[in-house]
Design a protein around this ligand. Structure first.
Ligand SMILES: [Zn+2]
Ligand SMILES: [Zn+2]
Length: 263
């Protein structure tokens, strides 16, 4: 697999999911948005553009490139143990998902990291564009952590690509302001983090912010006892965001970039 093909798979999957969830939000919204889309979408999508450009500029080959290099040189656990291809792919996806769960817990627990990550939580509404709203420095740090994990476990390149496409897709899906029938949602959340699960993570109540850290697989939260089924204030009436940044002016792109460096 060459790298341009990888970019095309990634961009097509991501564009499709964003458009699909956006359409679903218009047809069947779960909550009434408290602000107009114009106040948030251009800025959240602006952050997405900056993040994408930065990653492409600084580390264009990124994780799949490191996986290919590690396979070439026999680096990392899975390459040393010569695990069968299919098992290496499954283990790579699981290990990367566990790593990103652990990283998310750390970004809440360690103060300088929380300053970077809290910008994601400062969105005053919760919809698909919240799922792409991460500070560029957080994106770069996560990328470096991911590269280290990929090299360490000797992740399979296909596993890395599957994981990244999945994560981009699920991150937009589980921030979706979409209505899902309750019977279906109850079953879905055994296999994937649903919007009902991740919305709890965007609650203004700190004990709820510090729960449901998973992005793809919902199992880590249950395993490590950070799972919370519902917000105490109810999905319709709960407050989204964090106490620090409640002024709608904080939703502007320039403010999003500055928030980590403010009190
Ligand atoms: Zn978080
Ligand atoms: Zn989130």
């Amino acid at each position: 697999m060459d790298l341009p093909a990888e970019s095309i798979i990634r961009l097509t999957a991501f564009g499709g999911v964003l458009a699909g969830i956006g359409f679903w939000e218009l047809r069947a919204p779960r909550r009434r948005l408290s602000l107009s889309r114009w106040q948030r979408w251009p800025h959240n999508l602006g952050i997405l553009l900056i993040d994408t450009a930065l990653v492409r500029l600084l580390l264009p080959t990124a994780a799949v490139g490191v996986a290919l290099a590690a396979a070439d040189r026999g680096w990392g656990l899975l390459n040393i143990l010569a695990v069968p291809d299919w098992a290496a792919i499954v283990i790579s996806v699981l290990a990367l998902d566990l790593a990103i769960y652990g990283q998310h817990v750390a970004f809440h627990a360690i103060q300088p990291l929380w300053r970077l990550h809290r910008m994601h939580h400062a969105d005053l509404d919760f919809d698909a564009t919240t799922g792409v709203r991460f500070h560029p420095v957080e994106i770069l740090l996560s990328l470096l952590i991911k590269l280290a994990v990929v090299a360490l476990i000797g992740a399979a390149a296909v596993g890395v690509l599957i994981f990244e496409v999945l994560l981009n897709a699920t991150s937009v899906f589980n921030h979706g302001n979409v209505r899902i029938p309750a019977w279906l949602e109850r079953r879905l959340r055994w296999f994937v983090v649903t919007p009902e699960m991740h919305r709890v993570h965007h609650s203004i109540r700190r004990e709820e912010t510090d729960s449901n850290f998973g992005f793809n697989l919902p199992w880590w939260d249950r395993l490590f006892r950070t799972y919370r089924a519902e917000p105490v204030d109810g999905h319709q009436t709960m407050t989204i965001g964090i106490p620090q940044f409640r002024d709608p002016r904080e939703l502007r792109l320039d403010q999003l970039l500055l928030q980590p460096f403010r009190g």
